[in-house]
Design a protein around this ligand. Structure first.
Ligand SMILES: C[C@](O)(CO)[C@H](O)COP(=O)(O)OP(=O)(O)OC[C@H]1O[C@@H](n2ccc(N)nc2=O)[C@H](O)[C@@H]1O
Ligand SMILES: Nc1ncnc2c1ncn2[C@@H]1O[C@H](COP(=O)(O)OP(=O)(O)OP(=O)(O)O)[C@@H](O)[C@H]1O
Length: 288
């Protein structure tokens, strides 16, 4: 008897922070011109892949409330398969840890992990630039996860200049609300005219998040938690929220404030990274 045991290969799908987020304009198609610095976190979802010989793409672990056809994992796999006319398929398992709708870029990160991992496992041989272009069709945040280095981003978030912002230990706290990115970007009272900056890592503390001003006006849960956290450490919202990151020079201090958080606030402690942990895993597959 032959046992047909599946072999899954796993890859991390990390979170990102927007260390600041300026809106400097709006384009005719409604998309916003941003200036932001992305940094990664040493905290991630895990995605496992088993390549198959027919063309079927199967997500074995659906996300409750997200139809598999709308899941960015399936969409990314289908996009790469059709773009490269690949004749192989894949079974995929997701272990979700990143809070959804929190501004940590979980869905975009998942899409980038799928594109990079399947490009290696299917041997479809697209370049990083081609994968970033494909990823941009799925979301403005996908290219940063494809490139995998901390960066000052412009355009809609896809024009990347490598940066080396200081790395801290972060306490990430999620107020008890979920904020859709679209609702923030379609708001009439959002500030969209912050002057363009000449970015330098040294001046990062002078910059802010334009979306935060809008969110704290409309979501008292966020305003309240932010006011509480600021008493302990410099704290700011990431992306369009709702998660808030508070920075510390040690893991011990971050965990201490975490232990004091009001009851019912979802949170985790993680280290900031200027390189995505995904890329070492991809390099290991490409070397084999
Ligand atoms: C807020 C950020 O996370 C900051 O990094 C991103 O700008 C959002 O990235 P994302 O979730 O990958 O964004 P998409 O899935 O492309 O778009 C979600 C929604 O945000 C709006 N959107 C997104 C990016 C951008 N620069 N301007 C926008 O107005 C889009 O119109 C869309 O309605
Ligand atoms: N694989 C996925 N993981 C998470 N969300 C997904 C996925 N596929 C589709 N989605 C949809 O995308 C929505 C946004 O989820 P996500 O976790 O990416 O938000 P976010 O962290 O606020 O993103 P961003 O910072 O890019 O705005 C979810 O509510 C869900 O409906």
């Amino acid at each position: 008897m032959t046992l047909n045991k599946k072999t899954f290969i796993t890859f991390p799908s990390p979170a990102k922070l927007n260390l600041f987020l300026h809106i400097v304009g709006r384009m005719d198609n409604g998309y916003h011109q941003l200036e932001t610095v992305f940094q990664f976190l040493d905290y991630h979802d895990t995605i496992a892949f088993n390549v198959t010989v027919d063309k079927t793409i199967t997500l074995l672990t659906p996300i409750p409330g997200v139809d598999n056809h709308d899941n960015l994992i399936v969409k990314a796999a289908e996009l790469l398969q059709s773009y490269t006319n690949c004749q192989q398929g894949v079974d995929i398992k997701l272990d979700k840890r990143l809070p959804m709708g929190g501004g940590l870029g979980g869905g975009s990160s998942n899409a980038a992990t799928v594109l990079l991992a399947l490009n290696a496992l299917w041997r479809t041989k697209l370049t990083t630039a081609q994968l970033a272009d494909l990823g941009l069709k799925l979301g403005a945040d996908v290219p940063i996860f494809i490139h995998g280095f901390a960066a000052f981003a412009q355009g809609i978030g896809e024009q990347l200049t490598p940066a080396s912002p200081k790395t801290y230990w972060y306490l990430i706290s999620k107020p008890n609300c979920s904020i859709s990115t679209q609702s923030v970007f379609t708001a009439t009272d959002l500030t969209r005219d912050t002057p363009s900056i000449r970015y330098s890592d040294e001046n990062i503390d002078n910059y802010h998040n334009d979306c935060q001003f809008w969110v704290i006006k409309h979501y008292p849960e966020v305003a309240k938690l932010l006011a509480w956290l600021i008493e302990y450490a410099p704290s700011q919202m990431t992306g369009t929220g709702a998660c808030i990151f508070s920075r510390f020079s040690s893991k011990h201090d971050a965990c201490y404030v975490q232990s004091l958080l009001p009851t019912g606030i979802e949170s985790f402690v993680a280290e900031g990274l200027n390189q995505s942990p995904l890329h070492a895993a991809i390099a290991a597959v490409n070397d084999n």
